[in-house]
Design a protein around this ligand. Structure first.
Ligand code: F6R
Length: 650
């Protein structure tokens, strides 16, 4: 949403940015790490969150070269982080062991140096960075302008800077905790969603943060502490972290972390240990994070299955904090998610309805609460989110709980908002997903949904124990099947190079192949900027077939010929229909399926797996295809234009 009153056409900015704060020892005897280096390293790891401008502010430990007293020094640039780094090489900042940094993602208005963060107070002694939107920005700005405050940017964030400076000036001079207290007072005046970090020249060695509806976690170091939009910001330094809740202010120094509510009540935050390390967030020799993450998919599935069934194949989901009698009484499931996570939900619908005989609806989270969904205490809402921070999903979770439904989060990120606000969480163990386009999280989400479906079927007696064990066995065979696709991916890469100039690509699938078609199209749109559409194969003749003209590439996700009903034959007919109209058909088909040969110009082979396991395998060539087309076009695969990894605005 656009902050009101931004004026001038294209000036307002919503953010789902990367935020880092650090403070370490600044004593001459035991100097801590250089604050700027720590913050730049954190920003590099967070750049996937937003990458249209970057900035840093450092509290200097000693006097400036010209003898000026210690103070605040800062720099910011529109563009990628590399531009800021270049600027810092040309004009270095003063050294200091307390610093904050920001990468920004703008929803409205061109990113400029002036709009980049940090935003400084008029005297240059206070710096503020922000993720989110201050909804009552216009009213506050008008008030400040009436007092004579001059604004240097078009952002809503700058309002916070000036309010904070004004509030701080009203505090007893030099009072310990003055910055934190001022932050609490300012936050009480703000509407909207925000994570804020502030440093002030009069509060050396201190960073103050605040959060409402936007992510912020604390990293606990040895003689140093960290703040970050997510743990990637400080994973190179510590795995010990604290979750912050809604409407809380945190003050970190090198040796202490103090958390309070906006009203000043002390809070004890929940501690957690990050279960992956810095190396997991590095490219490890792959050209792209996405390539690495595609290759990590066998492990993502295997790790998500780990410890969730016993030796006899019975399901054990100890972490489900919803009691068994409630789960037995569920009469409807609604999956809420966005983008790729929603497609995982569509896949899950087929499996859960089949195993549990419970109706499953799938809703895009941003549509969910506006349609006035029918929710009762017997509804189980399953919120799927890799990041755990997608604002559309957060709001949908809140709505569902307000209406009395139970909410289960399927999430990849510990310490994030969605699992914290849900009744229970089932974590996917995909490891950090850095590339903006989701890949391994998709496979892990489907796996976790299947575990949930099997657990419910076991609990409610819909499946016999040997049937549950058989499906678990099929899931355990998926990593090897995915590996086989990865090992034989050269044909897909060659096809991508050949189709690099295709103006539009269509994807067809039926049953669980339909969400795979949607996901294949989404990957190609977001990475290669090619118009692409996914269709339910049977829907084609109801309109979309009019798009087909000679040479039009059409991917067809072909179900197993050994699968249920006449799915295979139906999809083959759909392939024949488009090919008869001149389409260039590319079949994703099981090894040994010769029935596709007369209807396909190209056949990409995948190993034979049972029908419900097929999406975990057939999506992989489509991910590789999109990545290769984007690479051939010279695009940035990990950070496609206009996107951000974690969509923390509605
Ligand atoms: C597409 C993609 C997005 C996300 C969506 C939800 O490649 O990554 O469509 O799947 O923004 O994100 P999470 O799962 O973090 O809620």
């Amino acid at each position: 949403m656009m902050p009101p009153g931004a004026g001038g056409g294209a000036t307002s900015v919503g953010r789902m940015c990367g935020i880092v704060g650090f403070t370490g020892s600044s004593s001459a005897a035991a100097p801590g790490p250089e604050g700027l280096a720590v913050v730049l390293e954190g920003l590099r790891r967070l750049e996937y969150r937003g990458y249209d401008s970057a900035g840093v502010a450092v509290l200097a430990d000693g006097p400036g070269a010209d003898g000026t007293p210690p103070g605040l020094t800062s720099a910011k640039r529109a563009g990628r982080l590399a531009r800021l780094v270049e600027a810092l090489e040309e004009s270095p900042l003063l050294e200091g062991s307390t610093a904050i940094g920001h990468t920004r993602w703008a929803t409205h208005g061109g990113p400029t140096d002036a709009n980049a963060h940090p935003h400084l107070s008029a005297d240059g002694r206070l710096a503020v960075i922000h993720n989110g939107i201050i909804e009552n920005y216009a009213v506050l700005k008008a008030e400040l302008q009436a007092e004579g405050v001059v604004f240097a940017s078009e952002t809503d964030t700058e309002v916070v800077t000036h309010l904070l400076a004004r509030t701080l000036a009203e505090q007893p001079a030099g009072g310990a905790g003055a910055l934190a207290e001022s932050m609490r007072r300012v936050c009480r005046q703000l509407d909207g969603a925000f994570t804020l970090l502030a440093v002030h020249a009069d509060s050396p060695g201190t960073v103050v943060g605040a959060r409402r509806n936007s992510p912020l976690v604390v990293g606990l170091g040895d003689g140093a502490n960290y703040l970050g939009s997510d743990v990637a910001a400080f994973i190179a330094h510590t795995k010990e972290a604290l979750e912050l809740g809604q409407d809380q202010v945190v003050q970190i120094t090198a040796t202490a972390v103090e958390v309070t509510g906006f009203d000043g009540t002390p809070v004890t935050p929940r501690a957690f240990t990050v279960d992956w390390d810095a190396e997991a967030a590095e490219k490890g020799g792959h050209p792209w994070f996405m390539d690495k993450e595609i290759h990590e998919q066998p492990k993502a599935v295997a790790d998500t299955l780990l410890g969730r069934s016993d030796a006899a194949g019975a399901m054990v989901l100890d972490e489900l904090r919803i009691d068994e009698s409630t789960l037995r009484g569920i009469d409807k499931i609604i999956v809420i998610a966005c983008g790729t996570a929603a497609f995982a939900g569509y896949v899950a619908k087929y499996a859960i309805e089949h195993w549990c005989r419970i109706p499953v609806e799938v809703d895009l989270a941003h549509e969910f609460r506006y349609r006035d969904p029918v929710l009762t205490p017997r509804t189980l809402v399953v919120a799927i989110s890799q990041s755990g921070e997608t604002m559309d999903v957060v709001m949908a979770v809140r709505h569902a709980r307000e209406q009395g439904a139970k909410v289960l989060a399927i999430c990849n990120t510990r310490g994030s908002t969605i699992p914290r606000e849900s009744d229970a969480a089932l974590y996917t163990h995909a490891g950090p997903e850095v590339a903006v386009a989701s890949t391994k999280a998709f496979l892990a989400q489907i796996t976790a949904c299947y575990l949930l479906g099997l657990y419910l079927a076991q609990l409610r007696g819909n499946l016999f124990p040997d049937e549950v064990a058989a499906v678990i066995g099929q899931l355990h065979a998926v990593p090897a099947a995915v590996q086989e696709v990865l090992d034989g991916a050269e044909a897909v890469r060659a096809l991508a190079r050949e189709l690099v100039d295709a103006p539009t690509v269509l994807f067809l699938g039926r049953h669980v192949g339909y969400p795979v078609a949607l996901e294949g199209a989404l990957k190609l749109k977001e990475l290669a900027y090619i118009h692409a559409e996914g269709f339910a194969a049977g829907e084609l003749k109801h309109g979309p077939i009019a798009l087909v003209e000679p040479g039009q590439p059409v991917f067809v996700i072909v179900p197993s010929p050994r699968g249920r009903d006449s799915l295979h034959a139906k999809v083959i007919s759909n392939a024949a229909e488009v090919r008869a109209r001149g389409a260039r058909t590319i079949a994703i088909a099981e090894v040994g399926d010769d029935a596709v040969l007369p209807h396909a110009d190209v056949v990409i082979r995948v190993p034979a797996v049972p029908t419900l396991m097929a999406p975990l395998v057939t999506v992989v060539p489509l991910q590789i295809f999109a990545m290769e087309v984007a690479t051939a076009k010279g695009y940035d695969v990990d950070q496609p234009r206009n996107l951000a990894k974690s969509v923390t605005v509605e």
